[in-house]
Design a protein around this ligand. Structure first.
Ligand code: GLU
Length: 296
């Protein structure tokens, strides 16, 4: 079932890119794109849908990461997180008529994304959240809105160049991530932490030989420490980032997918990327095609 809505009320404008921001994806020296908030949004959705309820409430809770520069990062003095995931959250909220200052940002770590959705602590999870068949048995995942691949982050003086070089080496990642599972299969000695920021500290102080997760996340850390860290090896997995929702609200899938598609077509997606992940010097990719939603 599709939800009829008037077109193109998600538009981004006023993006001011600062060249000085290059190489420092976690800092607030870039203006985020302005996202146009839909008017009379509640009227656009059918009664009984999650979208109607959220639009009527005028508020939404979104789970994002707080420690991944470029993806989802909230500094100690920041009011709200910054990064590509929060920008996708703002685009979705705006479609419900909810402005950015009415979004409650809930920090999620990799391991609590499913329980936060199934227990109703958040309405959506947008947190470098790869779509997997296993996760889709527990939660809904619409998308993908971004595709990346797993790589390694090592100290600048490291000799690690290929994935074969990590056999028998200590490599950290995060519990509950696809990254920890994938690196086990490569013959490394896996070390699991709660967050990627804890893991990167282990690389910096030499406790582990490397850290592994999605290239998009690693680039953010490398950009913060360009003299000490580098990203190596060709991507050895495909990570398709999806927007998580509760399987109790299956109607959200069509709405998320439509809104993402509109953002990809209107240029809002590009502007969100350029203002966040693009700041680490990565070229803006073609936005990915969105999966079909499961049959109702
Ligand atoms: N994208 C992978 C995942 O969802 C790794 C990044 C993360 O843990 O957030 O497991």
């Amino acid at each position: 079932m599709r939800f009829t809505r008037s077109k193109a009320f998600v538009m981004a404008a006023g993006l001011a890119l600062s060249l000085a921001a290059c190489g420092d994806a976690g800092e607030d020296d870039t203006d985020a794109p302005e996202v146009e908030v839909s008017e009379n949004a509640a009227e656009q959705f059918e009664d009984g849908t999650a979208m109607k309820e959220l639009a009527e409430d005028g508020a939404i809770t979104i789970g994002v990461k707080f420690d991944q520069p470029g993806i989802g990062f909230k500094g100690a003095t920041d009011d709200a997180p910054k990064g590509f995931d929060p920008e996708i959250g703002k685009i979705l909220a705006a479609d419900l008529g909810i402005p950015a200052d009415k979004i409650k940002w809930q920090e999620t770590i990799s391991d609590n994304r499913e329980p936060f959705l199934t227990e109703g602590q958040v309405d959506l999870v947008i947190a470098s959240y790869s779509i997997t068949d296993e996760r889709r048995t527990v939660v809904g995942q619409a998308g993908p809105y971004y595709v990346t691949g797993q790589q390694l982050l090592v100290r600048s003086d490291s000799d690690i160049e290929t994935i074969d070089d990590v056999k028998g080496m200590e490599v950290c990642s995060v519990t509950g991530s696809t990254s920890l599972d994938n690196i086990k299969a490569e013959g490394a000695k896996p070390r699991g932490f709660d967050t990627y920021s804890e893991c990167v500290d282990q690389v910096l102080d030499g406790t582990v030989d490397a850290m592994t997760t999605d290239g998009a996340i690693l680039l953010g850390y490398a950009a913060e420490n360009p003299d000490e860290l580098k990203v190596v090896v060709d991507p050895f997995s495909e990570e398709r980032y999806g927007v998580g929702y509760s399987l109790d609200r299956p109607e959200m899938c069509e709405w998320i997918s439509e809104t993402l598609t509109e953002a990809e077509e209107s240029g809002a997606w590009d502007e969100a990327f350029e203002a966040t992940l693009g700041q680490s010097g990565v070229e803006t990719p073609e936005p990915p095609a969105i999966d079909e939603c499961p049959a109702a």
